[in-house]
Design a protein around this ligand. Structure first.
Ligand code: KG4
Ligand code: ZN
Length: 343
C-alpha cells in the first residue's frame, strides 16, 4: 500500500520561550512573516540586573496564551488552529523552566489541532533569521552568532549544514555587555545601554585588552570585563561614556577581526550577523565596511530579527519539517542543546 501523501506545509506557528522573550509568529512557506509578536520581560528582570530564571518561567506561563492569541489573530487564524499547518517550538538551548512552557504548549496545540510538531534548536533559528530577509545569500556563508548566551563563528554551507569554526572560552559577548553595563550602573539589558552611551564617548580613552586577537577563531571576554572593572576603580573620575566607548570598541575589534579571518579562510560568499549583539551599531558598521573591503556580501538582519523572536523559529521549523521531518511528541526540552553535536 502506498504511504499517505505528506500534506504540504504552508503556515507554521512558531513559539519561542527560551529566555526572557515570550514570542509567537506565523510564517508562510518558511520565508514570509505573516505575524510576529514579541513580549519582552525586560521590565520584570531589570531591577535584578539580569534574567531571574524562576521569574522568567512563571512570566512565560502568564504571557504565552495572550501572545499566541495575538499572533494568530494578526495572521487571520483562529485560536482553534484553522489555517495553521504545523507548530515549531524552541526546545533548547535556554533556561529549562522557560523552555518547558513553550514545549508543553506546542505539544498540546499540535495534539489538539492534529498538526505536526517540530522542535527547533534556538541557535539554528538565529541562523535562519538571516534567510528570512535574504533567502539567496549564496553559500558558503560565515555567520557570527553573538547573543547573551553564545558567541559562535559558524560556516554554513547550506540550510542544516553547519561547521563550528570558533566560540568563546568564557563569557558570551552579550553577557560581557550586560555585566559591564551593570557595573557601570547602566541597567539591563546592557548591550543597548552601552551602545547608546558609547556614541558620546572616546573609543581611544582606554586601551582595553583584545584577547587572542592575532591567532585562531576563539574568543575570550572575561579578561576584558575585569580590565574595565580595574580601570574604573583606578580612575573613579573616568567618564562613563569613555569607558563604554572603549569597551565597545574592544569587543567589536575582536569580533570583526575573527569573523573576517574566518570568512577569508573559508572562502565565504558573505558574512552574516545573528543574535542580539548583532543589533550593535558599531558592529554593524564595521562588518559592512570590512565586507566591502574584502569584496564579499555583508548581511545584517534587521534589529527585530537579531534579538529573540518566533519568526526565526517558525522559519527553521518549516525547513526541518520539509527536510528532516516532524519531531516525536516525546521530545523534551534540552537546556544544553548544541548547534553542532560534539563527538
Ligand atoms: O539573542 P538575544 O535576544 O537573546 C539570547 O539568545 O541571548 O540576545 C540578547 C543579548 C543581550 O546580552 C543584550 O545585551 C545584547 O543581546 N544586545 C546588544 C545590543 N542589543 C542587544 N549588545 C550590544 N549592542 C546592542 N545594541
Ligand atoms: Zn537568542
Amino acid at each position: 500500500m502506498a504511504p499517505d501523501p505528506i500534506p504540504r506545509i504552508h503556515r507554521v506557528l512558531g513559539i519561542e520561550t527560551s529566555c526572557d522573550e515570550t514570542a509567537a509568529a506565523v510564517v508562510d512557506g518558511g520565508v514570509f512573516i505573516v505575524s510576529s509578536i514579541v513580549s519582552s520581560q525586560i521590565d520584570l528582570h531589570a531591577r535584578y540586573g539580569g534574567v531571574v530564571p524562576e521569574l522568567a518561567g512563571r512570566a512565560h506561563v502568564e504571557l504565552l496564551t495572550p501572545v499566541l492569541a495575538e499572533a494568530l489573530e494578526a495572521a487571520g487564524c483562529t485560536t482553534s488552529g484553522s489555517g495553521i499547518d504545523a507548530i515549531a517550538v524552541t526546545y533548547g538551548p535556554g533556561l529549562i523552566g522557560s523552555l518547558l512552557v513553550g514545549v508543553a504548549e506546542a505539544k498540546a496545540l499540535a495534539l489538539a489541532w492534529d498538526v505536526p510538531f517540530v522542535g527547533v534548536n534556538h541557535l539554528e533559528a538565529h541562523l535562519f533569521a538571516s534567510l528570512l530577509e535574504q533567502p539567496d545569500l549564496g553559500w558558503p556563508l560565515v555567520v557570527l552568532l553573538v547573543s547573551g548566551g553564545h558567541t559562535l563563528l559558524v560556516e554554513v554551507s547550506g540550510p542544516g549544514r553547519y561547521r563550528l569554526i570558533g566560540g568563546t572560552v568564557d563569557d558570551a559577548a552579550g553577557e560581557a555587555f550586560d555585566k559591564v553595563a551593570r557595573f557601570l550602573g547602566l541597567g539591563y539589558p546592557g548591550g543597548p545601554a552601552i551602545d547608546a552611551i558609547a556614541v558620546d564617548g572616546d573609543p581611544q580613552a582606554f586601551a582595553f585588552p583584545r584577547a587572542f586577537m592575532a591567532e585562531g577563531y576563539d574568543f575570550s571576554f572575561s579578561g576584558l570585563k575585569t580590565s574595565v572593572v580595574n580601570t574604573v576603580r583606578k580612575h573613579p573620575d573616568a567618564a562613563t561614556e569613555d569607558v563604554a566607548a572603549s569597551f565597545r570598541q574592544a569587543v567589536v575589534d575582536v569580533l570583526v577581526a575573527k569573523a573576517r579571518r574566518a570568512a577569508r579562510d573559508v572562502g565565504a560568499k558573505a558574512l552574516c550577523l545573528a543574535g542580539g549583539v548583532a543589533a550593535n551599531s558599531l558592529l554593524r558598521q564595521r562588518v559592512e565596511q570590512a565586507c566591502a573591503e574584502d569584496g564579499i556580501g555583508a548581511f545584517l538582519p534587521s534589529r527585530a530579527l537579531c534579538t529573540d523572536n518566533a519568526a526565526m523559529v517558525a522559519a527553521a521549523g518549516w525547513w526541518r519539517l520539509a527536510n528532516v521531518g516532524a519531531s516525536p511528541l516525546t521530545l523534551g526540552a534540552d537546556p544544553n542543546l548544541r548547534l553542532v553535536p560534539t563527538a
